[in-house]
Ligand binder design. Structure first.
Ligand code: FAD
Length: 294
């Protein structure tokens, strides 16, 4: 472990100032399930932990029909999947948060940490993309907003500038007749990094798709929003053919690498399969059916 100073600011202004004054080795600490491991293994030079868990805005979890859902960047997974409103209106977020790590990890790990860690396989990111999440950021120049699909730029990299921190992620209220689903493939049942993951959010009018967003992860340097996959569905009836066209668009958008977890061929194939399955499950949710989170 490195010699690290610990600070616990009470406001976003104070946190931003600490990050700005202490340079790039001052690191935001949310749940710590990524950053403590990395600092301990010296994969990230760290001189200071700026613990953001005492800042009220980063702990907010609230919903209103007009504002939608606000998830503070440090809210741990368990608070999200145990929340009655989130379970009812955003089951796709429950899919993601209930499979990140195991119970102990979910007690600490946050959506904000998952997004700011900016791993290509981050399991909450495809869900946040398809739910039209917006990252609310505070820094030396004040507030700004970035769509979740534009937040990550490369493995471990994102749009945050010096002195900036993610404060919350906001999601619009779900459209009437919509449903969303997240799935991942791992070679065992839990506690592994996704070989591929995928999320779909679609809105149905009868059997016609009126709105669709599809994202895939672990198949490119950053989690991928795939507009072409949604466009293959919108304005058309949901059939095996249109579902296959959307899944093909996902497979075509994937530019994976070979590594110890999977081959390019397997990842391309899984992009197709998981997109197909998330479309089917999202449609079931849109029709009011219960789809289990596992
Ligand atoms: C055993 C184990 C199992 C895991 N399983 C999974 C899994 O199944 N799926 C998965 O996706 N991940 C998994 N992870 C990784 C990790 O748990 C997640 O990425 C988690 O969501 C990170 O959240 P955190 O609050 O712990 O982030 P932290 O570790 O506190 O922070 C992560 C990074 O983001 C930065 N950061 C955090 N919050 C902010 C902010 N508000 N503003 C600016 N920067 C910020 C930190 O400085 C750091 O660089 C696992 C980790 C472990 C140890």
């Amino acid at each position: 472990m490195q010699d690290v100073t610990y600070r616990r600011p009470a406001t976003v202004q104070e946190a931003s100032q600490l990050l700005k004054d202490n340079g790039p080795t001052a690191r935001v600490l949310a749940g710590g399930t990524d950053i403590i491991v990395m600092a301990r293994e010296r994969r990230r030079d760290t001189s200071m932990f700026v613990d953001v868990k005492a800042i009220p805005e980063l702990n907010q979890l609230s919903f209103s029909a007009s504002e939608g859902l606000t998830v503070g960047a440090a809210v741990p997974c368990y608070r999200i999947y145990r929340d009655e409103t989130v379970s009812r209106l955003y089951p796709c977020l429950v899919d993601s948060t209930s499979l990140i790590g195991g119970t102990a990890i979910q007690g600490r790990a946050s959506l904000g940490g998952n997004l700011c860690n900016s791993g290509p396989a981050g399991d909450s990111i495809p869900s946040m993309i398809v739910l039209e999440g917006e990252a609310h950021i505070f820094g030396p120049n004040g507030w700004r907003t970035v769509k979740v699909e534009d937040f990550c730029t490369a493995p471990g990299r994102n749009v945050l500038d010096a002195g900036e921190l993610l404060v919350s992620i906001k999601f619009p209220a779900p459209r009437p007749g919509s449903g969303a689903r997240f799935l991942r493939f791992i070679p065992r049942n839990e506690m592994d990094i996704a070989v591929v993951n995928s999320a779909t959010n679609l809105t149905l009018d009868g059997n016609t798709v009126t709105h669709a967003r599809i994202a895939i992860g672990a198949v490119a340097p950053r989690p991928l929003f795939v507009p072409a996959a949604g466009e293959a569905l919108v304005g058309r009836p949901l059939t095996d053919e249109t579902t296959a066209a959307a899944a093909t668009a996902s497979r075509d958008a994937a530019t994976p690498i070979d590594d110890m977890r999977g081959s390019v061929r397997q990842r391309k194939h899984l992009s197709y399969v998981l997109t197909e399955r998330t479309i089917r499950d999202a449609a079931r949710r849109a029709r009011g059916e219960i789809v289990s989170h596992v």
